[in-house]
Design a protein around this ligand. Structure first.
Ligand code: SF4
Length: 286
C-alpha cells in the first residue's frame, strides 16, 4: 500500500461536516443505502453546463444554436444510467425533479450574458494533485497530497481565478461571511496559486443555480486571501491527523437528510468500540 495519502477537498469537507459519514464513504468504501436527489441533480447539471460551455468554446455550436434541453437530457440520462443505488426522489417525484434540473440548467446555459461568461474561461475541468504545504513552516508535508478538480479557470483583467459551478436549494452558506472561509474554495485558490504563481489572484468565483420556485443563476465573487488559504491548509492537516487517529462519530446536522448512511448511522452505537487509548497510561473511555 502506498505511504502517500491523497485527500480531496471534498473528502476533507465531508470529514469536517461528519467524520462518521467520511468513515463509511472513504475508509470502509461502503455503498450508500440511497442517493440523495440533490446529488443527482447537481451532477447532471454540472455535466450539462460543462458540455454546453465546451460546445461553445470549441466553436462546434454557436450560442443561438445551443440546444439546452438536448444537452441536459443527455447528461440526465447518463447520470441515471450510471447510478446503481435507489434514488430518493422526494415529494416532487422523478419527473418533477427532472423539470427542476432542466430549469436550473437553463438558468446557466440560457443566460443572456452566456457568451461573456464563456469568453472568460481559460480552461475547463482542471485536475490537480499537489503536495500539501504546511502553512506554518512553508515545507511540504511528507506523504500527503491534495487532489481536486477546478470546474474552470477564468481570466479577468486582474489575472486568473477558479470558478465553481454549484446547485443549491437556498442561499444559505452563500453569504459573504460564509464564503470568506469557504473550505473547498480556499483550497482551490491555494491550488491555483501553486499552478500559476505569477497570474493567480485571490478571487474565487461561484455560479450558483438556485433550485427555487423560480430557478435562477446567481454570481458570487469572493476574496480568499492568504489567511483563508492558511486556514484551509491547516484544516487539511488537522483533519488528516484525526483521520489517522481513527476519529469517527456521528455529527448530526441539517445534512443528515441527504446522507446515504442513515440506517448504519442509527445503529452505530451497537457496533462501535471505545476510542483507542493513545498511551499506556490513558484509560479508554467506556
Ligand atoms: S446521518 Fe448524519 S450523523 Fe449520521 S453519518 Fe450521516 S451525516 Fe453523519
Amino acid at each position: 500500500m502506498s505511504a502517500v495519502a491523497v485527500l480531496s477537498a471534498s473528502q476533507v469537507g465531508t470529514f469536517s461536516s461528519c467524520s462518521l459519514k467520511w468513515h463509511f464513504r472513504y475508509r470502509e468504501k461502503a455503498p450508500e443505502e440511497r442517493r440523495s436527489v440533490a446529488l443527482v441533480i447537481g451532477s447532471a447539471v454540472d455535466v450539462a453546463i460543462k458540455t454546453g460551455v465546451h460546445l461553445l468554446r470549441s466553436g462546434e455550436v454557436r450560442v443561438e444554436a445551443l440546444e439546452t434541453e438536448r444537452v441536459f437530457q443527455a447528461a440526465w440520462d447518463a447520470e441515471l444510467a450510471s447510478n446503481k443505488i435507489p434514488i430518493d426522489w422526494g415529494k416532487k417525484g422523478q419527473d418533477g425533479q427532472r423539470e427542476m434540473a432542466l430549469a436550473v440548467t437553463r438558468a446557466f446555459l440560457d443566460a443572456e450574458d452566456l457568451p461573456e461568461r464563456v469568453a472568460r474561461i481559460r480552461s475547463l475541468d482542471v485536475r490537480f494533485e499537489l503536495p500539501v504545504v504546511d502553512p506554518v513552516t512553508g515545507l511540504e508535508v511528507p506523504g500527503l497530497r491534495l487532489l481536486g478538480f477546478l470546474d474552470a479557470i477564468e481570466r479577468t483583467p486582474e489575472g486568473l481565478r477558479p470558478l465553481d459551478y454549484k446547485t443549491a436549494a437556498s442561499r444559505a452558506g452563500y453569504d459573504e461571511q460564509s464564503l470568506s472561509t469557504h473550505l473547498q474554495g480556499s483550497l482551490y485558490s491555494w491550488a491555483l496559486h501553486q499552478l500559476h504563481p505569477e497570474d493567480a489572484t485571490d478571487e474565487m468565483a461561484f455560479q450558483i443555480g438556485l433550485k427555487l420556485k423560480m430557478p435562477m443563476l446567481e454570481d458570487r465573487v469572493v476574496t480568499l486571501g492568504e489567511s483563508a488559504r492558511r486556514r484551509a491548509l491547516l484544516t487539511v492537516l488537522h483533519a488528516h491527523r484525526a483521520m489517522d487517529l481513527g476519529v469517527a462519530f456521528p455529527q448530526p446536522s441539517f445534512l443528515c437528510g441527504g446522507c446515504g448512511y442513515q440506517r448504519r448511522c442509527a445503529g452505530w452505537q451497537d457496533q462501535a468500540g471505545p476510542p483507542l487509548a493513545l498511551d499506556p497510561f490513558a484509560r479508554a473511555v467506556c
